[in-house]
Design a protein around this ligand. Structure first.
Ligand SMILES: Cc1ncc(C[n+]2csc(CCOP(=O)(O)OP(=O)(O)O)c2C)c(N)n1
Length: 581
């Protein structure tokens, strides 16, 4: 039912009013000509606008905010280059199913399609990497578009939604009518699982001898951690947690085998390969997990539960497909399993936990060739900051060490770019996470390569009072690429030497941006600078750790090969069948 005698508002006022009504607390963005009308009413609004230094930063900050709060993250940019600067972050949010609304200004409706100044068809550009998008040319459409965008972003499989608004739609006026119902034909995400499929799943679990719970990032989006804990308690089935699911089930639990995949633990990879049943929850059989698909978990039947029906049987055919919200799926599955006679899986659990004991990950000497080992540094940050801190990783070797070595005990405490692998993710995402959970200690673990892509957001953090801590793991190279050159290109290091022993001087750069800059080069300095950083709460801090460049991430399954070929060091394969008790 429409409100009586609606107020007449400009499109810009309607936009801000709509954002307030959907409960937006914070926006990350930069103004410009096409979006400028919206910035005027924003000036008087209680919605906080954080003025970033680059739109990519706005997008990632929205992702960080969304992941820690469970709310929709919002970024805003002008037309043309402002909008295209958001593209990487929108793509990142799409790949990792992060709820985000991106608002962009567009040239006036009459100019669309004329190559007008700062025109870009952002809807066309982002079409394949958004869950949905709107192009608004009539101010009367703004309230519905905003309400719909927020609903679409967070329901079903979450993802980014674009609202592109022509400048004249912002300046013209129309009655403000807040929708009481959303008109979204064909959009009916299924949250309740089918009872028959739940019974089928319970039957397979009861028949299995070597089951594994293969847990993906969907568990975080569904916030179904309690139900998952109950499933493990009821069944005693071992769990592997993908990169996106680290922390959703505590690492300290004896049944947690760690991360599977290209840089997975021997126990997680081995368990999947030998399993006879994968209980797949919010995971998508990504190639970084499966390796060569046709040799992945060859004997396993598959139960696959996901909110997005398009995921099921996309890469691996499911024997029992279950479409639904994981919280509801697990509630029903747990109820059914509580009344089912289940085997003990004792021999199997013994086998996989023995692998876990024999092949721990990331043991390294603190110093090698007189330089710090990156693994040791990351481990110490985790130990000193503790499992309640929020950690954000960049992309590269430091990301993989972070995935293995930080204390992953609690959900939504580890954010990273899993699907897209976006360098430049760390600093702005950490900024957004700190805005979402200001009481948390937020540590970004970044590479010297990644850091140089988006570090300017430290200026934003300094000016906006967002005291994040960034560890730059400086190995003077694009480490992960260099690792591939070492292994697959005969040590021909083409264009991976960043020369960051020459420039920039990271602590000085940090100081110039209003942050505190620290550096550790020796073993004694490691704890000292981490503790120093922990004590600073009024400004951002950057700590450079000068580490050696030859450390490699192990274990590793080379791209395109079978998980059976996992190596724990160069030319060293695990001994699977060692009879050892
Ligand atoms: C935007 C972007 N460009 C390029 C890459 C390819 N890439 C993946 S890891 C990596 C090296 C990262 O280097 P650094 O940040 O120093 O981290 P390290 O691997 O040394 O820990 C590169 C270039 C990428 N993932 N993203």
């Amino acid at each position: 039912m429409a409100e009586e005698s609606p107020q007449i508002l400009t499109g810009a006022q309607a936009l801000v009013e709509s954002l307030e009504r959907v409960g937006v607390e914070v926006l990350f963005g930069i103004p410009g000509g096409a979006i400028l009308p919206a910035y005027d009413p924003l000036y008087d609004s209680k919605v906080r606008h954080i003025l970033v230094r680059h739109e990519q930063g706005a997008g990632h900050a929205a992702e960080g905010y969304a992941q820690v709060t469970g709310k929709v993250g919002v970024c805003i940019a002008t037309s043309g280059p402002g909008a295209t600067n958001l593209v990487t972050a929108i793509g990142d949010a799409y790949m990792d199913s992060v709820p985000m609304v991106a608002i962009t200004g567009q040239v006036t409706s009459q100019s669309i399609g004329t190559d007008a100044f700062q025109e870009a068809d952002i809807r066309g550009i982002t079409f394949p990497i958004t869950k949905h998008s709107f192009l608004i040319t009539d101010p009367a459409e703004i309230p519905h578009a905003i309400a719909a965008a927020f609903h679409l972003a967070i329901t079903g499989r979450p993802g980014p939604v674009l609202v592109d608004i022509a400048k004249d739609a912002l300046t013209k006026s129309a009655p403000f009518v807040w929708p009481t119902e959303l008109d979204l034909p064909g959009y009916h995400p299924i949250t309740r699982p089918h009872g028959k499929q739940i019974r089928e799943a319970a039957k397979l679990i009861a028949e299995a001898e070597r089951p594994v719970i293969y847990l993906g990032g969907g568990i975080n989006r569904a916030r179904a951690w309690d139900q998952l804990a109950e499933l493990v308690r009821l069944t005693g089935i071992p769990v592997v947690t993908t990169l996106m699911a680290r922390g959703a089930f505590p690492d300290s639990h004896e049944l947690n085998l760690g991360m599977p995949g290209m840089h997975g633990t021997v126990a997680a990879v081995g368990a999947l390969q030998r399993s006879d049943l994968l209980i797949t929850l919010g995971a998508r059989f990504d190639d970084r997990v499966t390796g060569k698909l046709d040799s992945f978990a060859p004997e396993a039947k598959v139960i696959h539960a996901d909110i997005d029906p398009a995921e099921i049987s996309k890469n691996r055919v499911a024997d029992v497909p279950i479409v639904g919200d994981l919280a509801e799926v697990l509630d029903e599955l747990n109820q059914t399993l509580a009344d089912t006679d289940l085997p003990q899986y004792t021999e199997w659990v013994h086998q996989v936990t023995d692998l876990k004991r024999r092949y721990p990950t990331g043991d390294s000497e603190p110093v090698s060739d007189g330089l710090l080992s990156p693994e040791y540094v990351i481990k110490r940050i985790g130990e000193i900051a503790g499992p309640d801190a929020t950690f954000v990783a960049g992309v590269g070797q430091h990301q993989m060490w972070s995935a293995h070595l930080l204390p992953h005990e609690r959900p939504t405490r580890f954010l990273n770019s899993g699907g897209a692998g976006t360098m430049g993710y760390c600093v702005p995402t950490a900024m957004g996470a700190k805005v979402g959970r200001p009481e948390d200690v937020v540590w970004g673990i970044d590479g010297d390569g990644c850091f140089q892509m988006t570090n300017q957001e430290l200026v934003t953090c300094a000016l906006e009072g967002i005291p994040i801590k960034i560890a730059v793991i400086n190995n003077r190279s694009l480490g992960m690429v260099r690792q591939w050159q070492t292994l697959f290109y005969g040590e021909r290091y083409s264009n991976t030497n960043l020369k960051t022993h020459l420039v920039p001087d990271f602590p000085k750069l940090a100081e110039a941006m209003g942050a505190v800059g620290l550096r550790a080069e020796t073993l004694e300095e490691v704890d000292q600078v981490i503790n120093q950083a922990m004590a600073i709460n009024d400004r951002p801090v950057v700590v450079e750790f000068v580490v050696h460049k030859d450390a490699m991430v192990w274990p590793m399954v080379a791209a395109g090969t079978s998980n059976d070929e996992i190596k724990i060091a160069r030319d060293l394969a695990p001994k699977w069948d060692e009879e050892e008790l």
